[in-house]
Design a protein around this ligand. Structure first.
Ligand SMILES: Cc1cc2nc3c(=O)[nH]c(=O)nc-3n(C[C@H](O)[C@H](O)[C@H](O)COP(=O)(O)O)c2cc1C
Length: 198
């Protein structure tokens, strides 16, 4: 089993989503000792915002791309190849201003490619990244799994929608929440981890 752990918090060891993602990866490896683990920290070499050259490269056949377009499309091609090689994807996702960090958004913008990771058929859109198991290792300062703030969480609905659109429909959400609340933060990773069976 090939496990890909995507990190989108820049806080290294202090990050709850990284701690939760690491703990989840350890749990997966314990259950499947022959696994390989690849860690990709999206904050270290962030994917660029989509510029004109990226969009042109996406919609130009490979044999017709200019040298600049060939360079621009590499981010997308490497990200898609890395994703396709994984069986299990652990996505660390802190809640930032009710949504995902921009580093995770630019990664999504580079993996969503018509004709490559999704297509349109007579039956409507079809995701082409199939057979993956995805875990969202989410962290948030407040509580969003229940209670008055639950409708303010755009991370889980958005990621489930966009990943599902690309074919990744088997998604389990694991939360380290209340990380800004002293009484909750101490046990939140342990609690999140205990909530999931692998
Ligand atoms: C830029 C920024 C925006 C944030 N926005 C929210 C928010 O909208 N709601 C919330 O509950 N917590 C918010 N937080 C708190 C984080 O979700 C919390 O600190 C979380 O643990 C961060 O993830 P990490 O520990 O993996 O870095 C924000 C933190 C930062 C740095």
């Amino acid at each position: 089993m090939n496990i890909l752990h995507l990190i989108s918090s820049p806080r290294k060891g202090a990050s709850y989503s990284i701690q939760l993602g690491n703990a989840l990866v350890q749990k997966l490896v314990a259950a499947h000792p022959d696994s390989t683990v690849r860690i990709h920290d999206l904050t270290e070499t962030p994917f660029p915002h989509l510029e004109e050259v990226h969009l042109q490269s996406f919609f130009t056949p490979a044999e017709n791309r200019t040298p600049a377009q060939q360079t621009a499309v590499r981010h997308s091609e490497e990200a898609i190849a890395e994703l396709m090689a994984a069986d299990v994807i652990v996505i660390g996702a802190p809640l930032y201003n009710f949504g995902i960090p921009s580093t995770l958004k630019t990664w999504i913008d580079h993996i969503a490619r018509v004709g490559i990771t999704f297509s349109y058929s007579a039956n409507g859109p079809e995701g082409l990244i199939r057979g993956k198991k995805v875990y969202l290792a989410m962290s948030s300062g407040g509580i969003y799994s229940e209670g008055p703030m639950s409708s303010y969480d755009f991370v889980v609905p958005y990621l489930k929608t966009v990943l599902g659109f690309l074919g990744m429909t088997d998604i389990t959400v694991v939360r380290a929440e209340g990380t800004s609340i002293p009484d909750l933060q101490v046990s939140t990773v342990e609690k999140g981890l205990a909530s999931v069976a692998v």
